[in-house]
Design a protein around this ligand. Structure first.
Ligand code: ATP
Ligand code: MG
Length: 393
């Protein structure tokens, strides 16, 4: 079977001179994604749109799903390319297309037309009217509804002619690789996978870091984070996951610092280590799943105290989101079920009964001085003993 798809993209269209770079990155990502499924596909760029042609056998659903996960693609439509666009052949081909696409043909429709070939004997409105009439003649069960049709049939007349109708939604956003790379602090929760997805959606490659505290956090808890990374990688591309052994640092803070400050100080060390890894891996920022007020460590005061240790920008795409909004996205991208598995999290192990909700940066800095003796060595050891897991869909 020879099947082609027309892929549309939204924002890239407005990028002026850089447009071709975005289009190339997009084609690259589509090729990359399709290479992972059975079948042979050719991706070509033509007059501000992208065509994917399948050669030989392939699984239609797999192909559409793969393309719908490519950031930058806004819509995917199966299309028939009509080489001989003479009116008689066009009418026949459009009819054949309708017959092939729709088994039941008792819907209301409207023909939409676009014409870039200005020498074509019919204008766009004429194509719509005439083609509508021809379709009614061939399929008497159909009826026209120009206001609220159930089905649009698009006929485009360019160098060749094209007909398409069904539209599968794309992931939108910007193609990966058009906006550098960032380091995601990935926990096993609901929020951070969504945060990573959202930044990747703007064209940013993702690396990740997970703070593991064995034996307080189990192998299962770590596996859950690997699973989450794998789930988002079908959107974000391969993720290099850094697993940091955080136990000694956490215990040391627990022994030396006031317990109500534990979470904040711990989070400051997470950010410091994440930043170090980010710089070493050419990342241009950090990403967290924080949202104002969600927990004590995410009040404005707490965020300020955490942010205090970072020089790189910290991207918090969920900052203004309600929990339910975040849950909705996690369900959409398929991470929710994994996120709610009940494995312990290193942040909850030593959590104080009454953590500070308005930490004062000066006081926190003073508390951290109690760690002076061993902390640098511990951070160094944590960085030297990182386990790297390459995660791919
Ligand atoms: P999440 O649902 O993402 O776990 P949360 O609501 O549990 O978030 P916190 O535990 O306060 O919130 O964590 C805030 C952010 O800090 C997380 O979104 C994540 O980016 C980062 N983070 C927390 N714990 C870890 C960890 N063990 N390893 C890596 N990053 C972490
Ligand atoms: Mg968490």
């Amino acid at each position: 079977m020879h099947q082609a798809f027309l892929l549309k993209y939204a924002e890239i269209g407005i990028k002026g001179k850089n447009r071709y770079k975005f289009e190339n990155a997009l084609c690259e990502q589509i090729r990359h994604r399709l290479a992972k499924i059975d079948g042979e596909f050719e991706v070509v760029r033509e007059q501000g749109r992208i065509f994917v042609e399948a050669r030989g056998e392939f699984d239609f659903e797999d192909a559409v799903e793969a393309m719908s996960r490519v950031f930058g693609v806004s819509a995917i439509s199966p299309v028939d390319v009509i080489e001989d666009k003479s009116w008689d052949n066009l009418v026949k081909s459009v009819g054949d297309f309708v017959e092939k696409q729709y088994d039941e043909r008792n819907f209301t429709f409207k023909v939409k037309s676009r014409r870039s070939d200005k020498h074509y004997p019919l204008t766009s409105p004429e194509v719509c009217v005439e083609m509508g009439g021809c379709l009614l003649e061939r399929f008497p069960e159909l009826s026209v509804d120009v206001h609220h049709p159930e089905v649009f049939i698009w006929v485009e007349i360019r160098e060749k002619a094209y007909v398409y109708s069904r539209v599968y939604p794309g992931a939108c956003g910007m193609p990966l690789g058009t906006n550098g790379k960032a380091m995601l602090l990935l926990s096993g929760g609901i929020d951070s996978p969504v945060a990573g997805y959202m930044i990747a959606k703007r064209g940013v490659y993702i690396d990740a870091v997970y703070f593991h505290a064995p034996p307080y956090t189990s192998e299962r808890a770590k596996q859950k984070v690997v699973d989450l990374a794998k789930l988002i990688s079908c959107y974000t591309g391969p993720i290099r996951l850094h697993v940091v052994n955080f136990t000694d640092i956490q215990m040391y803070i627990y022994e030396e610092c006031p317990h109500e400050e534990l979470t904040i100080i711990m989070r400051r060390y997470m950010m410091r280590i994440a930043e170090d890894l980010a710089v070493k891996n050419s990342c241009l920022g950090l990403i967290t799943g924080e949202s104002i007020g969600q927990v004590a460590s995410q009040t404005m005061h707490s965020l300020m105290a955490t942010n205090d240790v970072c020089e790189l920008p910290v991207y918090r795409p969920l900052i203004g989101f309600d929990k339910q909004d975040i849950v909705d996205i996690s369900e959409k991208i398929g991470t929710y079920e994994t996120s709610i598995q009940p494995y312990e999290d290193c942040c909850t192990i030593f959590v104080a009964k009454h953590p500070v909700t308005k930490p004062n940066v000066e006081i926190i800095r003073r508390s951290e001085r109690k760690l002076e003796e061993k902390i640098d060595e511990m951070v160094k050891t944590a960085l030297d003993t990182i386990e790297i897991i390459e995660v791919d869909e």
